[in-house]
Design a protein around this ligand. Structure first.
Ligand code: UGA
Length: 450
């Protein structure tokens, strides 16, 4: 079993550390934020991720997992150090490496043994591992030999623990045979296919995968707008397309667009890289542009329907960028909330776990409710931004019982059109015909009702 240090206890770091402890390794997670470390030492996760807290508690109790603010305690005995700090976009769209640089230099100042393996799990621009090597070397107190590897992660927020144990592939990129071998042995117990590459290819695989997923979503969203114009149904279209095994059905859900800390950021990074090397991919500019249009599509539909939203009571259901997470970074729901307020609507939002984070972004410009019922009570309109199970399972009668004027704008196509037909409600969704009242389905043309 290996001694592993995790540098940075954000989302990737904490999930990776806990899961590696679970398969028997001694893991020490280092973070310079004492408040975070104190919370983690109490066995409390610092963000919501299904299954994580339970595993964390078990491994803390078993003594396989330690948290510390001290880089010296963290790195001095480690066989492997994994860099898992954040790489936000800088104003030019490229990834900001300041945290990676700080951590690399800290590692350089702290390590005292030869042959330590330093692994980059953070999403980084191409060539970053070379810079990491230089940053570490610049701070070494005496000449030491260390190995470097790129090992990007493909965890989905909300399913990260599951993905760690059941991922589709593990990518290890290194120019050191020893590093490739060590990581292969480390991950063997997970029984997930391992692909070994050179360092730069591994770095590219990560951002290329996320930008391809973004491309799939934007393509479907663009098709959904065509469906609205011609009176088609995007779900039938994607079902028909997805049955072709070469296309596949996943990530073909039309909606109000992709958010989160990864897809938008990595798409911008590939665009940036492509321009930098003189091989521009204008396709990805369009992917981002389509997403921007899509984000406010529901509000445009509501405006086309009502002319003005001034004074309308609007329930906003879901605030996180996707279900099963409390992360609101680049969340479309947050953008919708801001635009609704700009249009003069009085907004009450509900989310099972993301209200605390949403408040940091939105403050008191909207109200928040603890229950779906409270959010929907006496509302004129309901906007669905996140497809939480709880939202998908609202009995349809509740919309007509609780709302004054039950007009629903569903940005995640949570309900079957047929199921909506029997109720006195007006239901608008993405790329599908609008349903109005009992047994009355009409075609939408453009954003209006035709
Ligand atoms: C994404 C990738 O899916 C992970 O493989 C990767 O490891 C991760 O980024 C990362 O780089 O760390 P994540 O950002 O957690 O994961 O979320 P996704 O499940 O990819 O969803 C991203 C956004 O796309 C969400 O807003 C979601 O609502 C939207 N989406 C997804 C759609 O609009 N339609 C779809 O069909 C699928």
């Amino acid at each position: 079993m290996k001694k592993i240090a995790i540098a940075g206890t954000g989302y990737v770091g904490l999930v990776t550390g806990v899961c590696l402890a679970e398969i028997g390794h001694d893991v020490i997670c280092v973070d310079r934020d004492p408040q975070k470390i104190n919370t983690l030492l109490k066995g409390e996760a610092t963000f919501y991720e299904p299954g994580l807290e339970e595993l964390m508690k078990n491994n803390l109790e078993a003594g396989r997992l330690i948290f510390t603010t001290s880089p010296t305690i963290g790195y001095q005995d480690a066989d492997i150090i994994m860099i898992t700090v954040g790489t936000p976009n800088d104003p030019n769209g490229s990834l900001d490496l300041q945290y990676i640089e700080q951590i690399s230099k800290e590692i350089g100042r702290t390590i005292t043994r030869n042959n330590i393996l330093i692994v980059t799990k953070s999403t980084v621009p191409l060539g970053t591992n070379e810079k990491i090597k230089e940053w570490i070397q610049s701070e070494l107190r005496s000449p030491l030999y260390f190995h470097l590897a790129a090992n990007p992660e493909f965890l989905r927020q909300g399913a990260a623990v599951y993905d760690t144990f059941h991922g589709d592939r593990i990518i290890i990129g290194s120019d050191s045979k020893e590093a490739l071998h060590t990581l292969e042995e480390l991950y063997k117990p997970l029984h997930i296919p391992i692909i070994k590459t050179d360092t730069k290819s591994a770095e590219l695989i990560k951002i290329a995968s996320n930008s391809f997923l973004a491309l799939k979503i934007s393509y479907v969203n663009a098709l959904s707008s065509i469906c609205e114009q011609i009176g088609g149904n995007i779900e039938e279209v994607t079902l028909g397309m997805g049955m072709d095994a070469r296309i596949g059905t996943s990530f073909l859900n039309a909606g109000v667009g992709f958010g989160g800390s990864c897809l938008p950021k990595d798409t911008k990074e590939v665009t940036h890289l492509a321009n930098e090397v003189g091989e521009p991919i204008r396709l990805l500019d369009e992917v981002l542009e389509i997403n921007k249009r899509q984000e406010l599509r529901l509000i445009d539909k509501a405006l086309a329907r009502f002319k003005s939203l001034k004074g309308k009571k609007a329930a906003l259901l879901g605030l996180s960028f996707k279900p099963n997470t409390d992360d609101v970074r680049e969340s479309v729901s947050i953008k919708m909330a801001k635009r609704l307020v700009m249009e003069g609507a009085i907004v009450t939002a509900y989310d099972p776990v993301a209200i605390r984070n949403a408040k940091r972004e939105l403050g008191e410009i909207i109200s928040y409710s603890d229950t779906l019922e409270q959010a929907l009570m006496n509302a004129d309109l309901a906007f669905i931004g996140t497809e939480w199970e709880e939202i998908k399972n609202i009995p349809i009668t509740m919309f007509s019982e609780w709302m004054t004027e039950p007009v629903i704008f569903d940005g995640r196509n949570c309900f079957q059109l047929d199921a909506m037909k029997g109720f006195p409600i007006e239901y608008h969704s993405i790329g599908r015909p609008c349903v109005i009242g009992k047994e009355n389905i009409i075609k939408t043309f453009g954003l209006g009702l035709g």
